[in-house]
Write a protein that binds this ligand. Structure first.
Ligand code: NDP
Length: 452
């Protein structure tokens, strides 16, 4: 009976969302893990919660026309998926990357519902973005694109309606241009975006939050296994915001991160990643990792082209702890096998849905500490909510205050996932524990608010 409820909804989602593989992957992963809950409680089926929760409250798709430096007209597609506002205003990042499409943003928005719920804060789920590629564009082009994008988005967002943040390809520069345009169009200085720069409403520790939060989550997972971060060799993929601050926190706690990557290749540095050089190359020069290899003579650069297909060099260096921090489906089944064969005891996901389903299954089966994205990377959105709280109360908290709250929030998420996994008879399964804990709060709120 309970099984057939999930299967029925999954069939319906497949039928009404053809050609959206990432969205279907996320829906199946969440829904099947909720089955033990439906076996205990019928109210979710009685109230058609699954049928409603897989359907975004609102999806916006719009034209973004702008002129490049040569005066030519360029056109991109803009999106905002306002997925669920049962527990608070819509909240979720904006991604600028050529791969962006409706399927990817719907998977991200869907995941965001449960992640935001797990933080214990009052934030609903959303995601947005565009197929615009900021790489290789001048600052002036990025500004004109951001202004054009925000000209449409302004009508649909607000400090108590929908508060976007950054994601892949959207950092402090892009947030600045979008915030400026919102202010110009509305004449309102409000906390409508998070990830703002410190002088005009940003929060200390927001830049660090996703990476730091992921390491705090990993510490919690290791804690129940009587292990610590100190002295461990770590593999990190990506070299953007999440990866950089994962490296930083790991180093502060005495671990040794030995890899970072970008879309073309990876750095393997057995002596440990040089954070200063990494920040110079990625945050200042916005260059490729080949530049890092030029500056660090003991670093080895491995091009992904020179590596077997379906495997990534980052996951084959013999790391004890792994932190995927680049993009969705980056950890393949072969990567999972390589990690496990070489003694990995923990995978904690900084990126969203970085492990393919077979890799997730392999980690769970092996019984290693596995922190799924919606638990492990929730520190970013949680600190965004702390930025909203500071904006709304016109206060400014110190770095340590925000970092302390972040640490508590990550401990709270861990406890929710851990205790719920035990409650449902699968101790240590934080996929199931996190999904059920996040879902219950949203679903109960939807029931309380009536049919809509
Ligand atoms: P950035 O744009 O700062 O960095 C992204 C990194 O991932 C870059 O190194 C990039 O390499 C690499 N990357 C992107 N796409 C691909 C791809 N298709 N194949 C291989 N590598 C790729 O983004 P963030 O660090 O902010 O985001 C990284 C991940 O973390 C994403 O999954 C995001 O959704 C998630 N996340 C981010 C949060 C945040 O607060 N920023 C919060 C929660 C989750 P290159 O430069 O060559 O493209």
């Amino acid at each position: 009976m309970a099984n057939s409820y999930v299967q029925k909804v999954v069939r319906k989602v497949k039928k009404s969302n053809p050609h959206q593989p990432e969205f279907l992957q996320a829906v199946e992963e969440v829904l099947y893990s909720l089955e033990p809950l439906f076996a205990k409680e019928s109210k979710y089926q009685d109230n058609a919660i699954l049928e409603r929760i897989v359907e975004p409250e609102r999806q916006l798709q719009f034209r973004v026309a702008w002129t490049d430096d040569k005066g030519r007209i360029q056109v991109n597609t803009g999106y905002r998926i306002q997925f669920n506002s049962a527990i608070g205003p819509f909240k979720g990042g904006i991604r600028f990357h050529p791969s962006v499409n409706s399927s990817i943003l719907k998977f991200l928005g869907f995941e965001q519902i449960f992640k935001n719920s797990l933080t214990g804060l009052a934030i609903g789920g959303a995601k947005g973005g565009s197929d615009f590629d900021p790489k290789g564009k001048s600052d002036a082009e990025v500004m004109r694109f951001c202004q054009a994008f925000m000209t449409e988005l302004t009508r649909h967002i607000g400090a108590t309606i929908d508060v976007p943040a950054g994601d892949i390809g959207v950092g402090a520069r892009e947030i600045g241009y979008m915030f400026g345009q919102f202010k110009r169009l509305t004449t309102s200085f409000e906390g409508v975006l998070t990830g703002k720069a410190i002088p005009w409403g940003g929060s200390l520790a927001r830049t660090e939050a996703t990476g730091f939060g992921n390491v705090y989550f990993a510490e919690n997972m290791l804690g129940v296994r009587k292990e610590t971060i100190e002295g461990k060799t770590c593999a990190i993929s990506g070299s953007g915001n999440v990866a950089i601050y994962t490296v930083k926190k790991l180093q502060q706690l005495g671990a040794k991160p030995v890899t970072v990557s970008d879309s073309r290749g990876c750095i393997y540095q057995p002596s440990g990643i040089n954070l200063e050089v990494l920040q110079q190359v990625k945050e200042v020069e916005r260059a490729s990792l080949t530049r890092y290899a030029e500056l660090c003579k003991d670093a080895q650069y491995i091009s992904v082209k020179d590596y077997p297909k379906n495997q990534h060099p980052v996951w084959n260096v013999g790391a004890q702890l792994a932190f995927p921090s680049a993009t969705q489906n980056e950890v393949t089944e072969d990567d999972a096998k390589n990690l496990l064969a070489k003694g990995c005891i923990l995978v904690s996901e900084g990126a969203n849905m970085p492990s393919v389903p077979a890799a997730t299954e392999a980690f769970l089966k092996a019984g290693i500490a596995y922190g799924p994205a919606k638990c492990a990377n929730a520190g970013g959105v949680a600190t965004s909510q702390l930025e909203m709280a500071q904006n709304a109360s016109m206060q400014k908290w110190t770095f340590d205050e925000v970092d302390g709250k972040l640490k508590n929030i990550m401990a709270g998420i861990f406890k929710a996932a851990h205790d719920t996994a035990e409650e449902f008879g699968q101790p240590g399964n934080y996929v199931m524990g996190g999904n059920i804990a996040g879902f219950r709060k949203v679903a109960d709120s939807m029931i309380a608010q009536g049919v809509m």
